[in-house]
Ligand binder design. Structure first.
Ligand SMILES: Nc1ncnc2c1ncn2[C@@H]1O[C@H](COP(=O)(O)OP(=O)(O)OP(=O)(O)O)[C@@H](O)[C@H]1O
Ligand SMILES: [Mg+2]
Length: 370
């Protein structure tokens, strides 16, 4: 274990050079989350180990650069404008038309992602988004000085796609069905693998084209795709790392294959695209987040009997905590993981309804918060 800030390439290089004095050298540095894509690949390049090039890292971390690269390659993604001030925001709303989605251009976890259906909501949304960055920006080492205003893809149908990348090619490993919170936020409530849309040709081709458009040439990428009211798929964003939120564990259970082995193997230079393309799911696995009703949590009743499909439960809230409406990753009170021996042929609400039933039993609420 090296003692260094994983977000800081210079600190990592210092720690690695100290190890080199003892004859220990890394073969490759593999990023597992958004906050380390830049630093890991800067270290890889500095040490001559390969890794993603700097432009690709920018394409994957800066949502504005990403949109430009996707559009330039003809990949379907909502039109957007980069804004800083209220004046620029209103001009963007004028140009794009309502509703719009406002988001920081370099954050994640749905933090500060807000829907606006009026000019007033847009102004309030920008202020809210700036507030989220003021709270979390420093801890995550992000600038948050600019915001993206996007045309909205208007439905609640969304998937994320795990794609294994190679030089100029990419292959879909798994499609995950995503469950979203009520609007105006887009918090993730649950993820289920495999989505009933697995194998859909248009979806597969769009996800693979998005990765090659950004120049991602190794490792797993996590592509988020939302369907318009007419069913057409639109790329929301692409991350040059495996999915978070426990999705990799669900992929492993559904496919009996460890996706990190593909990610790391690919960074080490092995071509595993055929392995990804040939993977077949044999069961269904899901993760769903526990959400207490808004208000003060008086008591937490652990030890309730669980339905047979619930394989793990993890409660993070304690008595005295205040629960807020589902807004982003920070407003969760716990999680469950579920497993079924069958594959679902259509979208099932079971992850969300099971989590809701359990949360209602577990969290004893006091008076409602404002
Ligand atoms: N243009 C859009 N139209 C419709 N919905 C959108 C749009 N942009 C974002 N969303 C919704 O908001 C969610 C979060 O947006 P986005 O992925 O850009 O932010 P993020 O903070 O990187 O999210 P996360 O880390 O949770 O994936 C999306 O998954 C989607 O549900
Ligand atoms: Mg996202």
């Amino acid at each position: 274990m090296l003692a260094a800030d994983p977000k800081d390439a210079d600190a990592l290089l210092g720690a690695i050079r100290a190890e080199a004095a003892h004859g220990r050298h890394p073969r490759i540095v593999v990023p597992l989350n958004d906050w380390t894509v830049d630093s890991a690949n800067a270290v890889n390049r500095a040490l001559g180990l390969g890794g993603l090039d700097a432009t690709t890292v920018t394409n994957a971390r800066n949502k504005h650069a990403m949109k430009e690269a996707l559009l330039a390659a003809g990949v379907r993604t909502p039109r957007s404008r980069l804004v800083e001030s209220e004046q620029e925001l209103l001009a963007a709303v004028e140009e794009l038309g309502l509703p719009v989605v406002i988001k920081p251009y370099d954050f994640g976890g749905s933090g500060g992602v807000v829907l606006a259906t009026t000019r007033e909501e847009a102004l309030a949304g920008l202020a809210e988004s700036k507030g989220v960055i003021a709270q979390y920006g420093e801890a995550f080492n992000i600038l948050g000085d600019k915001y993206l205003v996007e045309q909205m893809v208007d439905s609640d149908d969304e998937v994320s796609v795990e794609v294994l990348c190679g030089a100029g090619r990419a292959r879909v490993l798994a499609v995950t069905e995503k469950y979203l919170s009520p609007r105006p936020w887009f918090a993730e409530l649950a993820h289920l693998v495999p989505s009933h849309r697995t194998g859909d040709r248009e979806l597969t081709e769009l996800a693979e084209a998005a990765c090659t458009a950004l120049g991602i040439d190794r490792g797993l990428a996590h592509v988020e795709i939302k369907f318009g009211a007419d069913g057409a798929p639109w790329v929301i964003e692409v991350a040059a790392r495996p999915g978070g939120d426990g999705i990799m564990d669900q992929v492993e259970r559904a496919y009996a294959l460890n996706p990190y082995a593909l990610h790391i193997g690919s960074y080490l230079g092995t071509d595993l695209l055929d392995v990804a393309a040939a993977a077949v799911p044999t069961r269904t696995s899901a993760i769903a987040f526990l959400k207490a009703a808004p208000g003060r949590i008086e008591d937490v009743l652990d030890g309730k009997p669980l339905p047979p499909e619930v394989r793990t439960i993890n409660i993070s809230a304690k008595p005295g905590d205040v629960s807020q409406a589902a807004k982003n990753w920070s407003t969760r009170e716990g999680l469950i993981e579920l497993e079924w021996d069958e594959l679902f042929g259509a979208k099932t609400d079971l992850p969300v309804t099971t989590a809701r039933d359990l949360a209602d039993q577990i969290f004893v609420m006091g008076e409602a918060a404002g």
